[in-house]
Design a protein around this ligand. Structure first.
Ligand code: PRP
Ligand code: URA
Length: 215
């Protein structure tokens, strides 16, 4: 894991397997099937890191040989919140490592002219304030969508929020630090910046289109 003094709200997964997988995602000739598989694998690894400090409690465990004091996760189950649509691609991987997680949804799309997020759907567990929340979205570009999604979640009571992205731009990380300094971000890669259309460079293109074959 790597921390960056410019972005105290950010953890970059620093691992050869992660770098290898992200760079396969970036390749423009990676087919949809492989793209989806890579998103799943990276999402599992991001969810693993993002839940590293979940609270635990002691619990008596009986093995076939003896009883000892073991560990279990304390408190209510985590809620995974994919930002629709591209965030959906990250649910399967995160669920594989946190199978009991609940899943909420926030629907936003980026207006292609203004780059501003437009909300069209929100549904999270009614007791979300008692649960750790992990927001999922492959791309953190300007940060507009993520910031708006977290506004939606906070309005519904969410307090313990983290976010996992595959690729982030420094602009989006900075925006999140300003709007939601309490939300720590876990990414597989921190890229160079944005182009004039708000796309991440070098990036991987439009994550939703590549995941769902709608290019
Ligand atoms: C993409 C991506 C993020 C957003 C990032 O979604 O999945 O949600 O753009 O950009 P931002 O940081 O500048 O807001 P998009 O709006 O393309 O919608 P989609 O998931 O339906 O493809
Ligand atoms: N959304 C994407 O899907 N890709 C980008 O590079 C930026 C926003």
């Amino acid at each position: 894991m790597q921390t960056d003094p410019r972005h105290p709200n950010l953890t970059v997964l620093d691992h050869p397997l992660v770098r290898h997988k992200v760079d396969r995602l970036r390749m423009s000739d990676t087919p949809t099937k492989t793209f989806k598989e890579l998103v799943k694998e990276l999402s599992l690894l991001l969810a693993y890191e993002a839940t590293r400090d979940l609270p635990v409690e002691d619990v008596p465990i009986s093995t076939p040989l003896e009883t000892f004091t073991g560990t279990q996760i304390r408190g209510k189950k985590t809620v995974l919140v994919p930002i629709l649509r591209a965030g959906l691609g990250m649910v399967a991987g995160a669920h594989e490592i946190i199978p009991a997680a609940r899943v909420g949804h926030v629907g936003l799309y980026r207006d292609e002219e203004t780059l501003e997020p437009v909300e069209y759907y929100a549904n999270v567990p009614s007791d979300v304030e008692e649960r750790p929340v992990l927001v999922l979205d492959p791309m953190l570009a300007t940060g507009g969508s993520a910031s708006a999604a977290i506004d939606v979640l906070k309005k519904r009571g969410a307090r313990r929020i983290r976010m996992a992205n595959l690729v982030a731009a420094p602009e989006g990380v900075t925006r999140m630090g300003e709007d939601h300094p309490d939300v720590h971000i876990f990414v597989a890669a921190l890229d160079r910046g944005l182009n004039g259309n708000g796309y991440i460079l070098p990036g991987l293109g439009d994550a939703g289109d590549r995941l769902f074959g709608t290019r």
